[in-house]
Design a protein around this ligand. Structure first.
Ligand code: FCB
Length: 454
């Protein structure tokens, strides 16, 4: 199908049961925000507040995946993928946040999962990719401890219904982004600026995760089912001589705020001065939070080089750019070595028994070209980005890291949160006015890797 040269990497370099996937998230692709009983989420409210999202874009229609899921699963199958990470919208399943379940909402995910299984694609479901029911935010959202209990209830309900079919359960996606960008920096929903609320949100998200794990285990009926959590990481190095301590603090804040409680049962000591005044810690919380899981999902995109404080009150750092490096359309430095360093660190320092890369990818300015009556997107930058990062992952695997899979972010161009539709992360292009999907060169490259000496 493609005229790609044979990739340098081969599928057989990785374990035979490796999960080759792509990832998406409900609010970023589904659209259909008012259909089949879904209630508004904090992202509906936020994106409909003028000035919050570039262009005032919203997820109202997005990629219309809610109606086009069969075509999208068809694309995955065509590319040769064997795994798919998607997220379930809490407001579709439990529109009031707690209590009654909405079977029409469940039905959408049941049909999606069945379609995937029919195509031999293993479903990995994330339960929280940031679309909190607005009704819960009205009661304090994640700064309210009850939200953790409601999450447990939701996780229990949905896993009872899909537990016979879903392979991987991911409680939370990037809780750092949800709590810090949402409750402290205000650039994500719900758009608040409070350290106290952010610290409370952090703790309650951790608690929500820990409370949900036993319910998921109980309800996951597949013999190969796994339960885990996905965190965001950036690779941090001092941006100048003398900034070592600053870099360490940034690492504690950006990378270990969730990692250490989950896998060491304690918050990083460097952060006590900030956390202690607000942490709503109750007896046994840390035991619940550090309930063992089967895997950790790693989302990795870039390196940062902190040089000084931007604002100590909000724990923001000024990073310097690196001369000679290439940057994506997000302004993120392309640094595959950082992925290698992080994976080996999680293995070495935390002894985590299984790791997945649950997100990795890049945004570039894409353009569609017509050649012989067919449309193409020659996204050489994205293809190179993926080649290099798969290479770094392979190196980590060869050095003993228990890496079980790789989910490219993202299958489709989609609603990139505060940036709206301008930033395209897909390996498949979406022409929004027509909703036509165009397979980019990076996806053809991925396909050729998957079909190399399989
Ligand atoms: C991650 C998010 C994902 C997407 C990528 C680019 O932080 O989990 O939804 O926005 O970044």
């Amino acid at each position: 199908m493609s005229a790609e040269p044979k990739p340098e990497l081969a599928r057989s370099d990785f374990p035979a049961d490796f999960a080759w996937g792509v990832a998406t998230a409900s609010y970023q692709i589904e659209g259909a925000v008012n259909e089949d009983g879904r209630s508004p989420s904090i992202w509906d409210t936020f994106s409909h507040t003028p000035g919050k999202v570039d262009n005032d874009d919203t997820g109202d229609v997005a990629c219309d995946h809610y109606h086009r899921y069969k075509e999208d699963v068809g694309l995955m199958s065509q590319l040769g993928l064997n795994s798919y990470r998607f997220s379930i919208a809490w407001p579709r399943i439990v529109p009031e946040g707690k209590g009654e379940i909405n079977l029409k909402g469940v039905d959408f995910y049941a049909r999606l999962v069945d379609e995937l299984l029919e195509k031999n694609i293993q479903p990995y479901a994330t339960l929280y990719h940031w679309d909190l029911p607005q009704v819960l935010e009205d009661k304090g959202g994640w700064s309210n401890r009850d939200t953790a209990l409601y999450f447990q209830e939701y996780a229990d309900k949905i896993s009872r219904l899909l537990g016979d079919r879903v392979k991987g359960w991911i409680t939370l996606n990037e809780p750092w982004v949800a709590s810090i960008l949402g409750y402290l920096q205000g650039v994500h929903a719900p758009g608040l600026h409070s350290m106290e609320k952010a610290v409370r949100a952090t703790h309650h998200m951790l608690l929500a995760h820990g409370l949900a794990v036993p319910a998921l285990r109980r309800n996951a009926l597949r013999s190969d089912a796994e339960v885990g959590v996905t965190l965001s990481f950036n690779y941090i190095e001092p941006g100048r001589p003398g900034a070592e301590q600053l870099a360490q603090l940034k690492d504690a804040w950006d990378n270990r705020l969730f990692l250490d409680p989950l896998f060491k049962g304690a918050y990083p000591t460097e952060l006590y001065p900030i956390l202690s005044q607000y942490l709503p810690l109750e007896r046994e919380d840390m035991e619940i939070i550090s309930t063992p899981v089967d895997f950790m999902g790693v989302n990795y995109y870039f390196r940062t080089l902190p040089v000084e404080w931007a604002d100590q009150a909000t724990m923001s750092f000024k990073d310097r750019p690196n001369e000679g490096s290439e940057y994506t359309a997000m302004g993120w430095e392309i640094y595959p070595e950082g992925l290698y360093q992080l994976l080996t660190r999680f293995h070495r320092d935390y002894g985590i028994k299984k790791l997945y890369i649950t997100e990795n990818g890049s945004a570039f300015q894409d353009s569609v070209v017509e050649e012989d009556g067919n449309n193409f997107v020659h996204d050489a930058g994205r293809k190179k980005y993926l080649q290099e990062h798969f290479g770094a992952a392979l190196r980590a695997y060869r050095d003993g890291v228990p890496l079980a899979g790789y989910f490219v972010w993202s299958l489709l161009d989609n609603f990139e949160w505060g940036y709206g539709y301008d930033k395209r992360f897909g390996i498949v292009y979406v022409d929004y006015p027509t909703q036509k999907r165009i397979i980019k060169d990076s996806a053809y490259w991925y396909e050729s890797l998957l079909k190399s000496n399989a």
